[in-house]
Write a protein that binds this ligand. Sequence first.
Ligand code: PMP
Length: 313
Amino acid sequence: MSGTPYAFLRGEMMPLADAKIGLMTHAFNYGTAVFEGIRANWNAEQEILYLFRTREHYARLRKSAHVLMMDLRYSEDELIAMTEELVAKSGFQEDLYVRPMVYKSQEVLGVRLHDVEDDLLIYCAPFGAYLDLDAGIRCCTSTWRRADDASIPVRAKVNGVYINNALAKTEAHHNGYDEAIMLNHDGHVAEGSGENIFMVQDGTLITPPSADNILVGITRATVIELAEKELGLQTVERTIDRSELYITDEVFMTGTAAHVTPILEIDHRAINGGGIGEVSAQLQTLFFDAILGRLPQYSHWVTPIPAANLVGA
Ligand code: PMP
């Protein structure tokens, strides 16, 4: 069943098609906004749509807003309830992406953070697979360096920062790769254009620490917990050199859009002989079981919305 996407704008729910902002909106002109991406995953067998880790996404949104000196004027519980209502009203029975944003909403000129009004908006849209997570992907090291915390903090999910990500993604695409791996300013591995990165080495997961200019991903935290609790694998957060990726056992990326995506090749070097690694495959399966509400021990991560509630407005 197809739906009609809804949006929350200026304190009201409305069809996305009617949700408009003015040309002079500060955030549109200067990128002064912070956002989240939350997935709702459709479990066709159960006929239930599961929102994933909504509370954690809103907690990160609040922190991102704080960095840009904006206030998220709703509690986590209110935000979760609004998200459930928005998704239910939209009526889709398929995978969705929910996009909350705290943005400088005033129509005013002048580059600054102070003395500009801000507001919250949320919308949703159907969203399928982002990368080929069944086949695995080919990556290149980007010539674009990850923005540095001393220039723009990337631990806040700031809209304007994503020019950095878009430059890397498009360069990778035009050069025939699926995704870019970005190094930070001191030349160490940071992350993908919209994903965190992990190596698997001798049965241990290794991923860059939060101070290496990464967005501290919610999927990253999910995978670290699943690896430890379900597979007995520890994760070490440490700085990673580019060439370590070439010779490690397995490499994969994690993200709300990318889920758990195995990497088969980096800079023309095959990883794990060019096949999907065992640990990557196991984590991918566990992750899908978790996001589709199949693991009772992780039911606190998901918010189920049964088909009966996905009625459209
Ligand atoms: N890094 C960047 C730059 C991202 O945009 C994302 C996607 N939000 C991630 C990592 C992964 O974060 P999460 O798992 O919370 O989606």
